[in-house]
Design a protein around this ligand. Sequence first.
Ligand code: HEM
Length: 342
Amino acid sequence: MAKLSAAVLSLCVVLAFLAGQSAAGRYYSDKVQDKVRKEVEKAMAYNPGLGAALVRLVFHDCWINGCDGSVLLDKTPTDGTNTEKKAVTNIGLAGFEVIDTIKQKVGANTSCADILVFAGRDAADILSGGKIFYKLDGGLKDGVVSSAAAADANLPESTFDFTDLQNNFAASGRGFTVKELVALSGAHSIGVAHLSSYQDRLAADATPIDSDYQLALNKTTPLELLKKGQNPTVPNNPRDASAAFQKDAAYDPVTLGVSPTRNVLDNSYYHNNLENKVLFKSDWVLRTDGVAAGKLQDYKDNAAMWNSDFAAAMAKLSGLPPQGKNLEIRKNCRFTNQQYYY
Ligand code: HEM
């Protein structure tokens, strides 16, 4: 009898798991979220780099006046075309066309802010092979302001020191802890960065960086390129770099104890960071604070703990309420309803 109940229980667990998965991925008991999921899967199959872009969009939207789709606006009545997209800290932001396509599919009743956080959630789920997942309820509204200056004043910079980062994350309207800062920074296991964003790390007096890794970076993207008007990108994670780069950087994922599979959202960032093989000063400085350094070690040692803390922090981020007074559900994610004409 006991054996039978155990078998029934395991069957229920399997069925419950399957209920949340489709052949291609996950599905929801919500038509809008299903449509978002389908489009994100399609977009990432066509261009895998879009996954990282969609995850970053959540951070860059929700950090400025809450999750209000302000990062998607091309112009507003008060900011003209000088919207968040023009901010220096928003360099490389992408994924806007995916959001536009989804908006066309889901129609007038779903806000652009909801689409953006759903899409970022699905991208994280897909990039982590289903290990990072969180539920979102929707119901966010879209804002009508979007200022490049406000984005630059509020988004953290890659040259921040630890106290700058801690204050930025703890700021009112956000309230993120050091633990959440460290958990969210693990998003830098995916995606790419422009030379201008890590140029300080190529100098002789850079914040500590592994000398082989620095050499490889200087070889692939020498600083002189900036003077020539070029601003190439490298992967945030040396694991995603070419074999030649990895050889120069003395980067062997297996020796480091991380999975060699590329383009995966996982805890490899913590392994890299504790070897000084991270791109930004803002990544490395997490080593300079006792609490943050402890979390770096925890997340390196315990992948499941990071998956779950990252998911919880992303859910919190995706739920930061829009702060504007005049909220709406946009007809087109690039324009406020006042400025959108059919
Ligand atoms: C802690 C402070 C942070 C700083 C200073 C920072 C800075 C940066 C910079 C400079 C880039 C490269 C931009 C470029 O040159 O193209 C970048 C890329 C990225 N960041 Fe962050 N970031 C931070 C936190 C976060 C958080 C919290 C997330 C997500 C939850 C995130 C997700 C990403 C992703 C996914 C990319 C790659 C984007 C792509 O390939 O399209 N970052 N970040």
